[in-house]
Design a protein around this ligand. Structure first.
Ligand code: EPU
Length: 335
């Protein structure tokens, strides 16, 4: 049932008080039929990757579909079907409890399962696309659900077809993921994971539970808990620049932090480093701030308005552009 004029404060991790003109909670697949494809809609999962800069005038579709089931199984793998409204971290914990590998590096990422493919969530050397098989997509025009394969989704760095040609065209209702039974190849190349494991003498044969614990510790040391300080994780994407641009920046700024990409002509720069160099780390504009331990995270210091956060984001973006001639683009959906 569609309800009018709902306050979205409990539904966005920035904790911003904005109104949605129309709101639909989707608890069963039948509820999807209430969506009129002619009216603009936005799909809300955990509200952990969205900045509402003003009241939302269309239909806000809040996905609350639940269920985790073993879909297929063989001696090496378990294939899970997971409903879009499940909490991502609860899914990770469920897999760890069953000793199924593949999600351990993605522990503690806020948000829902259905939101994960949209930006191809990633952390500490792993991405959703590593375990992804296919998903169920509800097309709001045809009102039918069809399966989309890995190739159909066009995954990239914080990117997928759902941010482009399929934006506002439908709704992800379930994911099918491939988890590994033991032994499972761990991803330990992200330096900080190795350091934490080594400090606990767990580096020689770590378990998936130990890797997840290390990831959780690293995240907790750098990223604010949205229950305590309103935030949306990384606000910007790490920008990719050409090799020539990278070399000229490196000449001017020898401490520049950059990473290789799959494309030998492109380097990814640490946006956190760029923002920090502009003097923004730990600073604030009114009640909107740049987090003290990770400059890529914007925070609501208490009672900030949506426009205060957005003004800060734009100031940070302009300063980085002016100092480095590099444009940093928001990772979160700005509505
Ligand atoms: N750095 C700084 N200053 C900062 C932040 C970072 O100099 O304020 C430099 C440091 O050299 C640091 C390096 O950047 O070692 C990398 O920092 P970090 O490991 O925190 O990773 P990130 O590139 O800033 C990305 C993701 C995070 C993810 C981490 C770990 C993006 C936009 N963000 O951040 O994802 O947790 O890697 O894999 O790619 C999110 O998407 O919301 C998110 C938190």
């Amino acid at each position: 049932m569609i309800v009018q004029n709902i306050d979205l404060k409990p539904f966005n991790t920035f904790g911003l008080s904005v109104q949605a003109q129309n709101y639909l909670a989707v608890q069963t697949l039948n509820d999807l039929a209430h969506i009129d494809p002619e009216i603009p809609f936005f799909v809300l999962g955990g509200g952990s990757n969205v900045l509402f800069t003003k009241d939302f005038e269309g239909l806000l579709v809040h996905i609350q579909l639940k269920g985790i089931e073993v879909w297929e199984e063989n001696p090496e793998e378990v294939h899970l079907k997971v409903a879009a409204g499940e909490n991502w971290h609860n899914l990770v914990l469920f897999c760890l409890a069953n000793n199924w590998g593949g999600l351990e590096n993605l522990a503690l990422i806020p948000g829902t399962v259905g939101a994960a493919p949209i930006q191809n969530i990633g952390a500490y050397g792993a991405e959703l696309s590593d375990v992804f098989m296919y998903l169920d997509f509800y097309d709001t025009q045809s009102k039918k659900i069809s399966k989309m394969s890995h190739a159909d989704c066009n995954f990239g760095y914080r990117n997928s077809i759902f941010k482009h040609s399929l934006k506002s065209k439908g709704i992800i209702t379930a994911l099918y993921l491939r988890l590994k039974k033991m032994p499972h190849a761990l991803k330990l190349e992200y330096g900080a994971i190795k350091e934490v494991l080594a400090a606990k003498n767990q580096l020689s044969t770590p378990s998936i539970q130990q890797v997840a614990r290390a990831v959780i510790e690293i995240r907790q040391s750098k990223l604010p808990d949205p229950q305590k300080i309103g935030n949306c994780g990384s606000f910007f994407k790490n920008p990719e620049v050409t090799w020539a641009q990278y070399e000229s920046l490196k000449d001017n700024y020898p401490s520049l932090v950059a990473f290789k990409t799959n494309d030998p002509n492109l380097m990814k720069l640490s946006a956190g480093w760029l923002i920090e160099q502009c003097g923004w780390k730990g600073r604030n504009l009114g009640r909107a701030g740049v987090y003290t331990h990770q400059a890529l995270v914007l925070v609501n210091l208490g009672g900030a308005t949506a426009s205060e956060i957005w003004t800060l984001a734009q100031r940070v973006q302009q300063d980085v552009l002016q100092k480095f001639q590099v444009m940093i683009i928001p990772e979160v959906n700005v509505l």
